[in-house]
Design a binder for this molecule. Sequence first.
Ligand code: ADP
Ligand code: ASP
Ligand code: MG
Length: 401
Amino acid sequence: MLIVQKFGGSSVADAEKIRRVAGIIADTYEEGNDVVVVLSAQGDTTDDLLEKAAELNERPSKRELDMLLSTGEQQSIALMAMCLEKMRYPVVSLTGWQVGMETTSDHGAARIMRMKTERIMRELDKRRIVIVAGFQGITKGNDVTTLGRGGSDTTAVAIAAALHADKCQIFTDVEGVYTADPRKVPDAKKLDEITYDEMLELASLGAQVLHNRSVELAKRYGIVLEVLSSYVRKPGTKVKEVAKKVEENKISGIAKDVDVARVAVVGVPDAPGVAFRVFNEMARKKINVDVILQSYGKNNTNDISFTVPLGDADAAERALNDAREAIGFDHVSIDKGIAKVSIIGAGMMSASGVAALMFEALSDAEINIHMISTSEIKVSVLIDEEMADLAVKAIHSKFFG
Ligand code: ADP
Ligand code: ASP
Ligand code: MG
């Protein structure tokens, strides 16, 4: 079998952990498999590199930032290869550019376009264990890119797809995908299986256990992912097209995202084309907009509120203020102290009262809701950030307690 195994930053944080992971890789190889390993940077390396950059330039170019951030993964692959060498295994480490991981040129959020498989196949033919740097790629013009925070998961799935791997295992510091973040909700339950669609929502709505684009890719290429622990050897959670439900739960999970800001455009004229002009400004700046609410304001005007990623809040404010005269609104206000809490479940639409149950939990906990948005498989609310953990716990015990 050809097996792709990805290990996250906490799993390779120090020498002892690298040795433990090397043991898992070696066992997989000893079973006669071809093994391709994808690694993240060790521990907090990526955050530390970001801090170092900020000491010298608070707004460095994204190109140079990618040049710096990609070094974290290069360290961990070399260290892992050295560890396996010492254990007398044939091994080679390769960077994103050495394996021809071609991406778009959106530095910091690059998308994988294609991948060359020759180098990896040649190494596997020599019966070597191949260790690839996650999170990084290269543009057509030979510039180094990164895929966005948490992007190593996506590297692993892209490699599994390109090589038609038999298995793609994502090893991390928890035992699988849970009904809520197990570090925040101690009685969260581990799921044996979850569908791509539900996992995609969970990941997009804040559960960082998988990078959302990795789930997108896995769905597109029909790759079954397994999320499992690098500390305890037992089955984790399978992410696949159709999932068995162990219990009859109305939802699969709860996610929290504090990486959001609310933008309120106050006093927009009540006229056709205004919403278009507001959101066109966001589109031109490539700012993703989520939960949108339009309400009546004063004197025949409307207020339009929406959420953007926290990191884009200042840019959104600048863009709107630049267009204030043209659009004709009164002012913009930004609230960075909010969180989005969501429930996700494929069976939600057919089960009545799911949203009501969520709102009841929030009401019991006396948590005020600012905005609500729903889709076929999720309900999200915007609340004050300091209430977010309490909200997740309250909702969790309502549905699973
Ligand atoms: P890695 O370094 O292995 O990529 P991450 O920190 O990116 O690990 O993701 C694992 C973390 O995701 C866990 O430690 C856990 O706190 C968090 N997490 C959030 N929501 C969930 C969830 N529903 N199930 C499992 N883990 C979750
Ligand atoms: N090292 C990168 C990050 O911290 C990528 C990853 O861990 O997947 O975001
Ligand atoms: Mg991760």
